[in-house]
Design a protein around this ligand. Sequence first.
Ligand code: ZN
Ligand code: ZN
Length: 259
Amino acid sequence: MRLTVLGRSPARPNPGEACAGYVVEGGNSRILVDVGPGVVAQLLRRNTPDELDAVVISHMHTDHCLDLITLRYSYPWIDVAKHRLTVIVPPGSMGQLSDLALGAGYANFFDKSFVFVEHDGRRPIEIGNLRLEPEETQHYVRTWGFRITANGTDEDPNRVLAYSADSGPCDALSRIADTADLFLCEAALRSLKEDDPEPHSRGHLLPSEAGEAARAAGVKRLLMTHIPVTDGTSWALTEARVAYDGDVEVAEPLRSYEV
Ligand SMILES: [Zn+2]
Ligand SMILES: [Zn+2]
């Protein structure tokens, strides 16, 4: 499998960078996981939208889904229903998609280009040769992270890409990332002044907590994302390494990572 980072920004973007958006390729399948503001402009540097097999949205916060409108403008195949793009969304989010469509001025804005499918929050999602196991995280709205594997002649089905989505410290992270080869983990907090100090009511992680989650899950490699970088990234690496002595990096926009 291969992960390509299109955007690593938290909700308040890093200058010149997109919010959450990741291309995952494996077994001749290609998906886009999350599509926050700025992601489609980055996607178009490398892929046209018809080269995607599906889009998967972790949760309905705008920094993870707002560029669905931009994606639709890049995918204007009116009346070519057989080519509609599958967009997999969290359980219970269809009403919000109708509201989002109104942002473009039409209630049926998405209808001829996208097919929206709610996953059920439990069963694996199969897209071609990619398989995503959803796991609900701790966040301010219902959110699912994913444990991703691939099948195919050139794939080792035991390789695991784990994605935290947005999450505070919680047990779900250990299940998502259990012995993963690459753990793409959010680290959105610069300090606890930005969130509730109590871990159980937190919706995001400090880099030290991303490191702790990586250590607890026994992952082989930690890639921190959804991270503010206006002060550089060395502070975050230093904090994460206190808890986790494995390979740790900060996600770089437009860089690909082999899993
Ligand atoms: Zn969020
Ligand atoms: Zn977010």
